[in-house]
Design a protein around this ligand. Structure first.
Ligand code: FAD
Length: 413
């Protein structure tokens, strides 16, 4: 049975995260968001303090000194952090997801080498690199033909792999100290059989961040282009099953909660849009009364809460399932729903605030820019919905829901 009664620890983590978001992240983001150079905007003090609070290592297994949090707890805490700032929230959320993946895909021996790097350095954030200039959605909805998908190559040379290629738009690109990267080990085979995953550090020779992208929103985190030039990685740092990285990426998006956590972070933006709008509507007077008293604004706010509640419940339901009985369909669709709902809530807030919301001094214009980012990030909503459509199932003749009349109608009778 689904039961969303929060554990004392979940309540505590939410309180810690929300307090940190309001006290530290919002003031920091107000400055960082306006820094013109995207490579200069990241606030390392936020990472250090979050680390001290235990918020950076949420998914590091307890045995290694982390919180050992499940997808549901990460979704709750991620929403609270993104309430402060989406970009900074993403810096942590990426670290959590990739850590979950690493914990699942590595051997004991690999964990012994990699976990301390993450745990012991309070500024260690992680990145996962799939997207390339010529391969975006091909990694999310695999185009399983040898000439499609990722072009980055990994060629075996003795006991080492030599990586060559370019990744782009990578969250935490240029600030991550541990990077998970996917490359093709055989370009003559389809991507579903020929992609492998590798771990490296930012100090690995041949690895370089060559561009930090300037963006519409999420301006307080970096998205980088990562170049790999004869970058050598030892065989012991190849993780997961050989050739199966694309399947493992699919699992990251759904079973390991990447899409769900992504939806939860953008929901944090929508929640803040709602909260600042409620206050504004109560305090802004037009036609002699607070605008809240005008029916259209009151119903607008009520509709915003419907979307927030529906999106949160869908995400939490998917997150609950991720730990018990993973449903690939809802894992992605709850992200699609939450990101669309969040964009709608942000637009409603923009309408309610009117000209004041258009001004950079006030919170709405940044929130609106941030709210748009997850329409595409973590897989485009179109592609995730299309992929989920493959799991809709059928209604066969022996199914009690099967209807004779529907069958006749389909036959033109
Ligand atoms: C803020 C942000 C952060 C990101 N972080 C990361 C990261 O950390 N790591 C990483 O690897 N990537 C990251 N990405 C990249 C992201 O995952 C890709 O942008 C996404 O997968 C889409 O790729 P694309 O932009 O190249 O679009 P394309 O794949 O070129 O798509 C263009 C259009 O075609 C549609 N389309 C594509 N294929 C199909 C199809 N088969 N059927 C129907 N329609 C289709 C898409 O929906 C879209 O509308 C990030 C992106 C953003 C915006």
């Amino acid at each position: 049975m689904v039961d969303f009664t929060l554990s004392p620890r979940q309540k505590e983590l939410r309180e810690i995260a929300l307090d940190f978001a309001i006290r530290k992240m919002i003031p920091s983001a107000e400055k960082s968001d306006r820094i013109a150079d995207p490579a200069a905007a990241f606030d390392w003090d936020i990472v250090r303090e979050a680390s001290r609070l235990g918020l950076r290592t949420m998914t590091v297994p307890k045995v290694w000194g982390g919180e050992g949090a499940d997808v549901l707890t990460c979704a709750m805490v991620g929403e609270c952090l993104a309430y402060g700032d989406l970009g900074m929230g993403v810096a942590f959320d990426q670290t959590w997801k990739i850590m979950t993946m690493i914990a699942h895909l590595t051997t004991d021996e690999q964990r012994k080498r990699w976990m301390p790097l993450v745990v012991n350095d309070p500024t260690c954030v992680l990145a996962a690199a799939a997207t390339e200039p010529m391969s975006g959605s091909d990694s999310i909805l695999p185009y399983n033909h040898p000439d499609g998908g990722v072009r980055m190559t990994a060629v075996k040379k003795g006991d080492r792999w030599v990586l060559n290629g370019t990744k782009r738009y990578i969250s935490n690109g240029g600030i991550a100290k541990v990077i998970y990267v996917m490359a093709r080990t055989d370009l003559s085979k389809p991507p579903l059989e020929s992609m492998s995953g590798f771990l490296l550090t930012d100090k690995t020779p041949g690895y370089k961040c060559t561009e930090v992208w300037d963006k519409l929103g999420q301006r307080c985190v970096q998205n980088g282009t990562l170049e790999f030039t004869n970058c050598e990685i030892p065989e012991e740092d190849r993780i997961g099953k050989p050739g199966q990285a694309l399947i493992e990426l699919g699992q990251l998006l759904t079973r390991f909660g990447s899409n769900i956590q992504a939806g939860a972070t953008v929901l944090g933006v929508a929640q803040r849009c709602y909260d600042v709008s409620l206050q504004y509507a109560r305090e802004r007077v037009q036609s002699g009364v607070p605008i809240f008293e005008h029916q259209i604004q009151k119903t607008r706010l009520a509709r915003m809460t419907m979307l927030l509640d529906a999106a949160r419940n869908y995400l939490w339901y998917s997150a609950w399932g991720a730990g018990i009985n993973p449903d690939v369909r809802v894992g992605s669709m709850s992200k699609v729903f939450a990101s669309e709902a969040s964009a709608k809530v942000a637009m409603d807030a923009f309408e309610l605030w009117a000209a004041t919301g258009y001004m950079k001094k006030n919170p709405i214009e940044k929130l609106l820019r941030d709210a748009l980012s997850f329409i595409h990030s973590d897989g485009t909503n179109d592609v995730l919905t299309l992929k989920s459509g493959n799991f809709l199932g059928t209604i066969e003749r022996n199914d009690p829901r099967w209807s004779q009349r529907v069958n006749e109608a389909a036959m033109g009778l």
